[in-house]
Design a protein around this ligand. Sequence first.
Ligand SMILES: Cc1ncc(COP(=O)(O)O)c(C=O)c1O
Length: 381
Amino acid sequence: MLQAGVMERVIADPLPLLRTRTSEKWTAFPPEVLPLFVAEMDYPLAPVVAQAIVDRVRASDTGYVASPGPLAPAFAAYADRTWGWSVDPAAVRTATDVSVAIVEALRLALSPGDAVVITPPVYPPFFDLVPEAGGIVAEVPLVDGRLDLEGLERAFAAGATAFLLCNPHNPLGLVHSAEELQAVASLADRHGVIVVSDEIHGPLARAGAEFTPYLSLSGAARDHGITVTSASKAWNLAGVKCAVLVTGGDRMHRRLSALPEEVGFRTSLLGLHASVAAFEHGADWLAGAVAAIEESSALLTELLATHLPLVKYAPPSASYLAWLDFRATDWGDDPSVRALAGGVALNPGPTFGVQGRGFARLNLACGPEVLTEAVERLARA
Ligand SMILES: Cc1ncc(COP(=O)(O)O)c(C=O)c1O
């Protein structure tokens, strides 16, 4: 269906309502703490997505998932409309969530003890998902906030089996350029490395940042790449459990045919229908959410300049995570400790890798009052 193209206004729920939520963000800390850590949004669900879930619940349609069903064409149409990426619906499979999709994709590629490259500072569970799949983490840290192509080449030449690419990159909100990704694809091609591209933050790329889906790059990328993604970050659906694995070539398609049937079966039916609604009808809400995140980011820049001028912050080109550099302050290796003592929960930088020492991650998908109060609390801390 064609999108109406009218941006919806997206406004964070008020704190008393947010505090009635039972998710990680709202239960991990006592109520006096402002939770700006885990990547959950404070916005109300997109009405079309909420309606899709309510409709299925009203129909008592809460059984098992039989197949990707309407999700495969919905995702393929979304990818084409949004990025000009042509996806064969027959090459779309589902999994419980992106974390499970990563583990299952890696499991098919790895023999026990094989090296899997990750690029810290990076989404902390990557350090655990690799061993869960039987691999060993090989770190090729970002250099000056970009992929280290020479480092990747060295790691690939040293025998890495796979590269777990964070595209766009959490926590920097970094959108890798098509040229950098092309370079990654030729290196992976040359060294026989499988690339698992985690594109969960892709729909949240800013206009002008030009997010490139890995499988849209080239035949070589499609020959060795698997994309794992979901509507769960962009439409705040982590709790309804649905992700997709996508391949673009026969070789990877055949490889994924070895996925146990159970992997798809464990997807949530509510998550599947919520994702269909998001991909088919969620563009106007998403545009509103991205606009709200941009306002939040601009406010954070102002607030830091006023209250915490030593904390450095470069606005992300994708997603809603602010990677705050406290190294010019006396807050130490883990600034989240002092932040929490001051009543604000942030993600500890060192959990993203040793490169995260002196950093903390702040969630921008909140209302301006919460953000203002949080930075004022940090300043008092
Ligand atoms: C890069 C990245 N991958 C995966 C996930 C987790 O996704 P899921 O909840 O679908 O496992 C996140 C969550 O923030 C993330 O940032």
